[in-house]
Structure formats: structure tokens, C-alpha cells
Design a protein around this ligand. Structure first.
Ligand code: CU
Length: 222
């Protein structure tokens, strides 16, 4: 092989190695996008989310998931950014049916401003997950002791969301609002505590352990 041919072969091999390495790095650091809370005056912001019974599109069409609203569109993510030392108002549209909890202690609100959340217009601080429609999903930030709980839509509903996420508001859902107080800047892990991962051991694998579905990070920025 001529010298130029060998150089070309080495360069092609090198390019292949670099491409594979870059692919590995991209895979390892792949994070869902980060949505920004909408500012409301000073020291206050809004986050709007929804929980869907199934994502109904690739890569995991059967998985339950959160979505977060960014401007006028819904983004498939669980990462969002809020201001430090602020009141953050959440609105959650809960489209999924419910179930009992593995840990009954997770049936209550905690560290919400005003003590309670609001479910379809009513103040709620406790849900008995063993009666009625159970709990569909929850939102907890362990480092802040924050917990909010989202009751399931009726299992008898004939208008359950079954389309590709996001779910339009025409499907049955519960609307939950609550407010938390943020503190110092930092990266705060949050997760759902309902065993909602159908088909996984005790309901806690798959979407419950994958960023972008049932857990994520609240980035608190100065
Ligand atoms: Cu969940």
C-alpha cells in the first residue's frame, strides 16, 4: 500500500475510534432538556406539569411519565429551573389512574406553603390510597422534605387519555396546585413515590428509575 493510502487508512480508523468514543460520552451525559419556570413578578415563579398514563411514543411507549410545559408547548422532561429564595407555584394535570402505596406514609402533603395542596378546587393534605381512586403519582423533594400527592382519575372513566403524550385537557384529569418555598441554589433531586412502573419488580423500575419519566432534578439558581 502506498504511503498516502496507509495514512488515509490510519485516519479513517482514528475517525472511527473518535466517533465511538464521542457516542459513549453523549450516551453517558445524555440528560433530558431543562425547562425554565415562568417568572411571576419578583421572587415568584410558576411550573406547569402533567402526568400521563403512558408516553405512547418512542422510545418507551408503555411507560408512565411526567411532561413539563415550556412556554406554549409540552416538553418530555423532568428537569426544571426555578429561582432561589422564591415561592414556586406548581400546577399539575394528573391524567393517570391510581393505586395504593407501598409506604402509606407517602399519602400526605409535606412542607407545602399553607400546609395543603388544592385538588380540583378543594384543599387536601391527606389521601387514603386504599379507598376510592387511590394515588396516581406524587412529587417529592426529599432534601426539602416536600411532598405533594396526586389522586388518580377513576378506573371506571370512559374518557382516559390514550394518545401520544402530551394529554389534551379534553381527557379526564385531576388538577392539583401547590406552592413550595425554595432556599439556596443547588441541584435538588425529586421523584414520584407511587409504585407506578407497571411490569417492573414492585413497580419501582423502568420509568421510576429513569430521568425524564418519574424522577428528575429541580435546579435552583440565584
Ligand atoms: Cu409515578
Amino acid at each position: 500500500m502506498a504511503k498516502s493510502g496507509r495514512i488515509a487508512a490510519v485516519l479513517v480508523a482514528l475517525a472511527a475510534v473518535v466517533a465511538v468514543a464521542a457516542g459513549v460520552v453523549v450516551y453517558l451525559v445524555a440528560y433530558p432538556p431543562t425547562a425554565s419556570a415562568s417568572p411571576v413578578g419578583s421572587a415568584s415563579a410558576e411550573v406547569t406539569m402533567q402526568t400521563v398514563p403512558a408516553y405512547n411514543q418512542d422510545p418507551e411507549p408503555t411507560w408512565v411519565s411526567y411532561m413539563i410545559k415550556q412556554g406554549d408547548s409540552w416538553v418530555h422532561t423532568t428537569m426544571f429551573q426555578v429561582p432561589a429564595h422564591s415561592l414556586v407555584h406548581f400546577t399539575v394535570y394528573q391524567f393517570d389512574t391510581g393505586s395504593p402505596l407501598r409506604n402509606p406514609f407517602m399519602n400526605q402533603t409535606a412542607n407545602l406553603v399553607g400546609g395543603a395542596e388544592n385538588v380540583n378546587g378543594k384543599d387536601v393534605s391527606l389521601i387514603d390510597a386504599n379507598v376510592g381512586d387511590g394515588v396516581g403519582h406524587s412529587f417529592a423533594i426529599p432534601a426539602l422534605g416536600v411532598s405533594a400527592i396526586f389522586p388518580g382519575v377513576s378506573g371506571d372513566s370512559t374518557n382516559q387519555c390514550d394518545v401520544a403524550a402530551p394529554c389534551p385537557m379534553t381527557f379526564d384529569h385531576n388538577t392539583i396546585t401547590f406552592t413550595i418555598q425554595t432556599g439556596d441554589p443547588g441541584s435538588y433531586a425529586w421523584q414520584c413515590f407511587v409504585p407506578c412502573a407497571l411490569g417492573y419488580p414492585i413497580g419501582f423500575g423502568g420509568p421510576m428509575s429513569t430521568l425524564g419519566y418519574m424522577n428528575g432534578f429541580m435546579e435552583v439558581v440565584a
